[in-house]
Design a protein around this ligand. Structure first.
Ligand code: SAM
Ligand code: SF4
Length: 327
């Protein structure tokens, strides 16, 4: 069977599908400050279109799909979408801000959802509110506990920004003492409208210096194509990890492709190139050859836009905002 391979011989078996560009949070690093116009519902892929596109990718050995957004759980037809996708021969995962998760615990158990990534950037109610512009810490935290107790494999995503939440890194690591979760520290990335500055980035190296002051830990083995670098405090149940997109990008082993909520294929989070595969599908065209040929345009590194973040001028980055790409 054919595989999806780009011009740098990278085999692509992982598809990230954004279900919507709307969200019930307003995270400062993701959502632009100015009032955002969300896509009208008829511009979004329908549950059947999502299934058809995903199924097409699985013909070419895509075996991992992640649903993201915007906030995927704000879609009223989320249950329909995930039930349909659960019939495909793929490992299905979800990234969510967690605030609506309590509504879906039975369904997600039924379909055996593998792992859920829940974003939570602070363990302090007030700071959580400042970061998300929503008073929702307690609901998100209760849902994390609910899902951990139900035996789901939970990863917490934490975007670390200088002067904002690096003082909580060790508190997050302490959570791994008794919870079998992974806490993942993400280096702050630049997107349209998110006020990114290199001075706000805390790299893995900086974070490890903070962690060194309190914990004794060991490196654990990373899997092929992993975007995380994993560690564990000796004797703790859980693990911690870093997503080093800025300081040590993982483009060399990249296996990921993306579909935006309005059905555009993107080869890279940082790339400005897109191809409207939903448009082709709606005109009853054949999307298979397009997927292959568009992947051949994939840039070697960072969407062809930069290769060293220390030299990056965010004013020259051309891309959507994170919420419109799908993280
Ligand atoms: N709404 C869901 C959520 O928050 O988990 C899914 C979409 S969100 C865009 C996906 C992930 O991207 C989240 O973990 C979020 O923290 C991360 N993210 C958003 N903007 C980011 C940025 N500028 N730098 C690093 N990570 C970012
Ligand atoms: Fe919404 Fe997730 Fe972006 Fe926060 S990070 S604004 S929860 S899409």
């Amino acid at each position: 069977m054919n595989k999806l391979v780009d011009n740098y011989n990278r085999i692509h078996n992982y598809l990230r599908i954004s279900l919507t560009d709307s969200c019930n949070f307003r995270c400062i690093y993701c959502m632009p400050n100015e009032k955002m116009q969300c896509m009208p519902y008829n511009h979004l892929m329908s549950p059947q279109e999502i299934f058809t596109i995903a199924e097409t990718f699985t013909k070419y050995q895509v075996n991992k799909i992640r649903l993201t957004g915007g906030e995927p759980l704000v879609r009223h037809d989320f249950a329909d979408i995930i039930k349909k996708l659960s019939n495909l021969p793929v490992e299905l995962n979800l990234t969510t801000n967690g605030v609506l998760l309590h509504k879906y615990v039975t369904l997600l158990k039924e379909i055996n959802l593998n792992t859920i990534n829940i974003s939570i950037d602070s363990l302090r109610e007030e700071k959580f509110k400042f970061l998300t512009k929503r008073n929702a810490f307690n609901q998100v935290w209760d849902n994390i506990l609910l899902y951990v107790n139900q035996g789901f494999h939970i990863k917490l995503n934490i975007v670390i920004m200088k002067g904002i939440n690096e003082d909580e890194i060790n508190d997050f690591i302490s959570l791994t003492k008794n919870f079998p979760i992974q806490v993942r520290f993400i280096e702050f990335m630049p997107f349209n409208g998110n006020q990114w500055k290199k001075s706000k980035v805390i790299t893995m190296k900086d974070m490890l210096t903070i962690i060194d002051s309190q914990f004794s830990y060991q490196k654990i083995k990373d899997n092929n194509n992993d975007t995380t670098k994993k560690f564990k405090v000796e004797g703790y149940e859980g693990t911690f990890a870093f997503i080093t997109t800025m300081s040590q990008p993982f483009c060399q082993g990249c296996n990921r492709m993306r579909i935006t909520a309005d059905g555009k294929m993107k080869n890279c989070l940082f790339g400005k190139d897109e191809f409207d595969i939903l448009g082709i599908l709606r005109k009853k065209g054949d999307i298979e050859p397009i997927i292959h040929s568009f992947l051949k345009n994939k840039h070697k590194k960072m969407g062809g836009q930069f290769d060293n973040f220390m030299k990056l001028n965010p004013d020259y980055l051309e891309n959507r905002s994170m919420i419109k790409i799908g993280g």
